[in-house]
Design a protein around this ligand. Structure first.
Ligand code: 5HY
Length: 241
């Protein structure tokens, strides 16, 4: 199967790391392509960045050509509903995927994301996905998204310390890593703290493979029906199914 992953921010080094994490999780026969737009924010931290990253995301999906499934590799699940309206194949957001996986291995989970500004949008997603009674808390470790790539930033230590606080204060039984840039840390943090630590990139790859294997595609009945034909001014294109 052809699996196309879109990192909605414009940082190519992050896209490469996301692609590597996805290939590490993918089954033989799954071909992973990871792309990012060249317009929009370098990282997505909060509502404003999220809004400005959506046209680039949809543009990359339109350019991608044939795919059996798409993954949106931003933990905010940026533009997920719009993307599902645009195509018939499955579209998985790494945030939703990680939360689903966490609830399959634990009663309660906490999310550890980057900055406090990202927390409200993620709390909204927890409610939207119906996990309010399973998510103990959405926490921020106060590491900016792009600092995750910088070994000198102390990012791993800060994430690890926040996980310890989530276990002590939230009684978290699993941890969901709240940024695509944390994908490579899941296994070592899980070993360090002795509980499941879920990376959304890997979780989304396995869910996409499962949906494709079952022949399940995005419903075109109701909210994800194709956009009606109309003029989109200013170069914003109409969707191709
Ligand atoms: C992400 N931002 O996964 C989110 C995380 C966040 O650029 N990739 C980003 O902080 O909201």
């Amino acid at each position: 199967m052809q699996l196309t992953i879109v990192n909605p921010n414009t940082t190519a080094s992050m896209t490469r790391a996301i692609g590597a994490a996805a290939r590490a999780a993918a089954s033989p026969g799954t071909v992973v392509t990871a792309v990012n737009p060249d317009s929009g924010p370098a990282s997505i931290e909060g509502y404003y960045d999220e809004a400005l990253s959506v046209p680039g995301l949809l543009g990359e999906m339109r350019k991608a050509g044939r795919a059996d499934a798409f993954i949106i590799a931003c933990f905010d699940d940026t533009g997920l509903d719009a993307a599902r309206s645009m195509v018939e194949v499955p579209v998985i957001g790494i945030g939703e995927a990680a939360m689903h996986m966490a609830t399959l291995v634990a009663g309660k989970f906490s999310v550890v994301t980057t900055l406090a500004v990202s927390v409200p949008a993620l709390e909204h997603n927890v409610l939207k996905y119906g996990f309010a009674h399973r998510c103990a808390r959405v926490r921020a470790c106060e590491v900016p998204v792009l600092a995750l790539e910088d070994p000198a930033s102390g990012a791993r230590a800060k994430i690890s310390a926040e996980i310890a606080r989530a276990m002590a204060e939230d009684r978290a039984e699993a941890i969901v890593l709240g940024c695509a840039g944390m994908a490579d840390l899941a296994r070592s943090l899980s070993a360090e703290h002795g509980l499941p630590v879920v990376d959304g990139v890997a979780a989304a790859v396995k869910l996409a493979e499962g949906l494709v294997a079952l022949g399940l595609r995005t419903s075109k009945v109701g909210g994800y029906a194709p956009p009606r034909p109309k003029t989109y001014a200013g170069g914003l294109g109409k969707a191709e199914a």
